[in-house]
Write a protein that binds this ligand. Sequence first.
Ligand code: ITT
Length: 196
Amino acid sequence: ITLIVATRNKGKSKEIQEYLQGFPVEIKDLNDFGPIPEVIEDGETFEENAYKKASFTAKVLGLPALADDSGLEVEALHGAPGVYSARYAGPNATDEQNNSKLLEALSGKSERKARFCCVLSLAVPTGPALTYEASCEGVILEAPRGTNGFGYDPLFYYPPMKKTFAEMTLEEKAQVSHRGKALKELKDEFDKVLKW
Ligand code: ITT
C-alpha cells in the first residue's frame, strides 16, 4: 500500500516517516508530487484542519492520506499561536521569525508554560477518517537552545529530559513529543488500519 503523508513541512514529514519505518506501507509526502491545489486551513481546531488536509489529499490523489495538524499553545498568551503556529509572524513566516515573535510576546513574563498539540487524521478516498491526538507540556525558554528539529523546537524545553526538543535526537523527541505519542496510538491500532 502507498500512504501519502499530507504535508509539505519537511521537519514534520521526516518525523512521521522515521516513526512509521517498518510499517508495511510505502510512504510519500506532497513534495513527491507536482503542484497540487493547497488546502485552505481555515478550521478553528487542529482536528478540523487535520481532517481537511487528509480527506482532500486522499480524494485528489486517490490514495490513503495521513495529515498532521499541530501547533503550540502558550498559557500566558491564552493559547496563542495555536492553530496559527505556522504563520504566527505572517503568511510566509520562517521558523526564525515565528520564534522571534514568540520571544517578544513573552518578554518580561515569568509564566512560560506551553503545550504542543498534534492531531493526526488518516483518510481514505471515500469514507470517514480515523483521528489520533496527543499533547506534550513544557516551558518556553528566553533564548533558543539546540539545532535539531524544526519550528519552535529550540525554544521548547521539556523538563523531564532537561532538554529542548532541538537538543533531542529524532528518537528521543519521538518518545515524548505530541507527534510521537499520537503516532504511537496510530501504530497500536495498525491492524485495524490495515483492515480498514
Ligand atoms: P502542513 O500543513 O503542510 O503539514 P504546516 O507547517 O503548515 O505544514 P501546521 O499548519 O500543522 O503545518 O502548523 C504547525 C506549526 O506548528 C509548524 O509549522 C511549527 O511552527 C509548529 N509545530 C508543530 N509541531 C512542532 C514540533 O514538533 N516542533 C516544533 N514546532 C512545531
